[in-house]
Design a binder for this molecule. Sequence first.
Ligand code: SF4
Length: 310
Amino acid sequence: MNTNHTDTLVINWHITEVCNYSCHYCYAAWKKPDEKRELFHDSNSTTKLLLELYNCIQFQYNTLDTSKSPTYKKVRLNFAGGEPLLLSKKLLPIMLEAKRIGFDVSIITNGSLLTEELMAQMAPLLTWFGISIDSTRLSSNHLIGRHTTHQQKLDVERLLSIIDIGKHANPYLKIKLNTVVNAINVFDDLSDFVERLSPQKWKVLQMLPIITTKNVIDEARFEKFIARHHAFQNIICAEKNDDMRNSYLMIDPHGRFFQNSPAEAGSDYVYSSPILSVGASLALQEIQFSTEKFDRRYASNNVGDSCDVL
Ligand code: SF4
């Protein structure tokens, strides 16, 4: 019998490493394999990867046989980065292909490249729209590195109005906010912004010291940030460092599973072989992924979906 807290398994495809922001803690840095070009550039390889993944996950996690456990009725492909909207015109066809194959589709973006037109086209394809905002203060965003080389920073009013367009284009669209808490924003109060955005889920992550230990915070300070936003406890999914280890199913821009263990400063990710070389099932065996830890995130909140985006 299935005892999961969720019926949807989430795969995060970090489709590109490139980003127009330069957050100091950014986890989006992967070892280059022999083939240095990111996989999405080749539409045949992209389709093969999506098919291979979907078929593997159905078999591995019993999406077709719900009498076994763990079991998931649906598989959601979450497009992450880098900044996935930098793919520009290439992203929507890939999302459409993923939907055609059977995935639910979602995205996590820094929002800087969103336009009214793009949102109107993309929203009907999505089940979740994720936006990463660490602070609404220009000075904090500057210190974190959440700006372009031309110093373009978050425009809250414009962002909220574009997200409204998405909500109108897809009345079922769910909104998620991701916030990485670090030494720069740890004293911020995001309550006004969260109220106006009105997300179904607010994922609050303690900065993970994968790439750097600069601006890390301890659990006590992280918990104070959570306590300050107590009014949003019904939508907050708080993740401390250990919650994040081995609990995400992730693919890098070169089509390899990767895992965030060991998560020590200066260490790198653990990688599988390329999925298109050895098949998704064998590649999956080469990394650690804990369905228990994945599922635990559902049990720890009452939002009705997991904290699923790193
Ligand atoms: S917006 Fe995301 S991908 Fe871009 S630099 Fe910041 S953390 Fe990295």
